[in-house]
Structure formats: C-alpha cells, structure tokens
Design a protein around this ligand. Sequence first.
Ligand code: UD1
Length: 416
Amino acid sequence: MSVIQVQGLRSLKGEIKIQGSKNAVLPMMAAAVLHKGTTVIHNVPRIQDVFCMLGILEHIGCICCFDGHSLTIDARDLTQAEIPEEYIKSMRSSIMLSGPLLGRTGNAVTSFPGGCSIGERPIDLHLSAFRKLGAIIEEKGDKLMVSANRLMGNHIYFPFPSVGATENALMAAVYAQGITVIHGAAKEPEIITLCEFLNNMGAGIHGTGTSVLIVKGVRELCDSEFTVAGDRIVAGTYLMAVMAAEGEIVIQGIQPGHLASAISLADRMGAELKRYESCLEVSMSGRPDCVDVITEPYPGFPTDLQSQLMAVMASAKGTGRIKETIFEGRFGTAKELHKLGADIIIEGKRADIHGLYPLKGNRVTATDLRGGAALVVAGLACEGVTEIHECHHIERGYEDICRDLSSLGAAIRGME
Ligand code: UD1
C-alpha cells in the first residue's frame, strides 16, 4: 500500500482493539538474543519494523517463527555479531541489538545510524554506557565495533533520559559481572515492559519504573513467554482521529494510565473521556479547542503524538502553540498540512497554529511514520479527498490504519 485516500468530514463511531506496542516489542526481540534458548512473545504487531527486526535476527542466526501475533525466537546458535549497514539504515532501532550482542558474545559490529527525517538522533549515550561497562569502541570505515572480554557492572549516568540508550544499557548489563546502576534512566512504559520481560527471562533488575535502575548481573537466562501491551501511540493516534473527525469511539486493549498526558490534553480541548482498566471511551462533538503543549519525556506529552496533535489543532477552534523539545526535525509534517490549507507558522522549536475548519483535501506526502499518520488524521477533517503518498512510512508502525479507521466509519482506502 503506497497511497491512502481519505474522504473527509465523516464522524467516527465504534470500537477498536489496539495492536501490540511497536516500541515495546522491538527491544524485546533484540533482548531475546541474550538467551541461548527460546523466547515466545505474544500480541506482536504485524508491522514492517517487526518484519525488519525479524530479518536481522535471522541474519545473525536466530530461528524465528511468526505465527499470527505470536513470535518464537530460538537464539541458541548465533552465527554473526555483525548487523549489515542496510538494516541499520532501513530501521534505526536495529541499533538496539548492539547491547544484547555485546552482552551475549562480547562483540557487536554495527554502523552509525545517522540522522533521519525527524532529527539528528546521535547514539553517544548508548556508546558511553557500553564504555562504562568496560567495552572498547572502535570505528573502522563505516563500521562501529564494540567489544569486551567481560563486561563489569558500574554506575552509568545519563544526562538526558534517552529511551534507546536506557534499553541498550539494560540489555548489555544483564550478564555484566556485579552490579550496574543506571542513573537518569528513561521511565517510559516500554522501559518498564523491557525490565519485566528481562526479569521474566531470569535477569535481576530492580527499581523498575524509576529513574535509577539497578541490574544485578546473572550468568544465564531461561526460556520464557511474555505478552506485549497495546500500543499507546497507536491508541493516541485514534484518540486524535476522533478529535479531528468528531464522534464517539471506544479504544480497547490499552492501559489508559499510559496515555494520561494525551487524555488530559483531549479533555482540555473539549472531548469527553471515560477511563476504564483496559479501555478508553472518547466522545467529541463540535470542533476541539486549540491549546498550548510541550513535548517531554514520559509522563509528559509524547513527541510521537505531536504530529497527530498538530493535525487536530490545524482543524480546531482558536490558536494554539506546540513546543517540540525532543526531536528538532519533527515539524516536517507542517509543510504537508499547509497543502491542506492549514495555518501553521514554525519558528525553531515552536509551532503556532491557527485552527481552520474544514481543511481542504489535496495530495500530500508522508515523510515519517507518525507524520504520515498525522496526514491521515488531517484528512478526516478535510472537505473532499486527501491523497497521502509514500505510505510505507505508516506501515512501519501501523498494522492497517485503513482497516482500523474504516471499522470506525471513516471513508478510507489504501492503494498500491
Ligand atoms: C524512542 C522511540 C521513539 C520516540 C523516542 C522518544 C523506539 C523504537 N523509539 O526513540 O519512537 O520518539 O524514544 O520518546 O522506542 N539522544 C542523544 N544521544 C543518544 C540518544 C538520544 O542525544 O545517544 C537524544 C535524541 O537525539 C533525542 C532525545 O535524546 O533528542 C531522545 O531520544 P531517545 O529517547 O533516545 O529516542 P529513541 O530511543 O531514539
């Protein structure tokens, strides 16, 4: 599916079950490499990033079976500790394998992932964590070689709570001798899931959910099974969709507590929301109000929902401002929203949005995963047809956004 067509101005109604979390499952798949045996993960989303990670796991010698939404990874016999550059270029998260490969084999050969369309994205914090554990890092041409005879527990201090660096440090520390303390760790729900997943495999991680994670090194892990929680960003995208389209929907299979910042924002914008243990009811009638928002590490408003929020505000009432503090390039979607008639002025990390309704359907192009989803959300508030091109970006993280939104009554279809 490379093009999505949305016929706008139809309200949404119905119930939707949310797919498993991409950002939880990718590090879990990487972590499975630590164990000389079998790991089973349930509720795995059938998305392109998962298929890419599967390709890498098979390349390094894992035997994988992806049946429905259950994935079995047998990492008994690894044959490689090198991730080819094309994988790193096609999916930045492949860098997540360097921690587990280093922990398991004492070696990881990758390359610098470089920047991407949402910003610079360095990996200095990942590398500094590996160094603290005793690893040596060498650059040869495009290759980045990380090696250690025996990793030793140590104190790791992060000046910023990087999600990826926390995950890589945790995975590398699982087999490190002694105790590793990660100070300034990220607290995203996906980090908590990774800690629970690793402990379920036999790791010794304490302090889960806090900014100080303590890892007591172990000598071996065991076979395990784990179920991934619903994807809070996909859920948040559909929350934004109903704000843009108006209507009433029930979002099933999530923990609303993980979306608290987006829920309170939707409340401020005029939606009515009811939270239950594993679902969220949302109703939006009339146009939402624009608000002022800052993206922040969890539990703040997530950068991964910023573009979708911008799409809603572009078709809301009044004027609002978004300050993006995590990824400087994440305002790229504004250029495409302009083609739909949106009034957005970008100045550095700030976007000033003056809501206009309806927007006007047009041809636009997705340039990144969440920005692509945001264009679909904007299409719901457009008069006429919005045609979104380059939708492979969306397929990286959404199983089937057309299936999901059409089950809620949207007039949307995907085309090759
Ligand atoms: C993860 C998520 C991504 C989300 C982001 C922030 C996955 C697969 N991806 O990305 O969807 O948008 O968290 O919630 O889980 N930084 C450095 N040096 C580093 C690492 C990061 O300066 O070594 C900076 C980044 O440039 C960025 C900030 O830290 O400005 C946050 O990045 P980080 O939390 O690491 O995001 P990712 O793990 O890449």
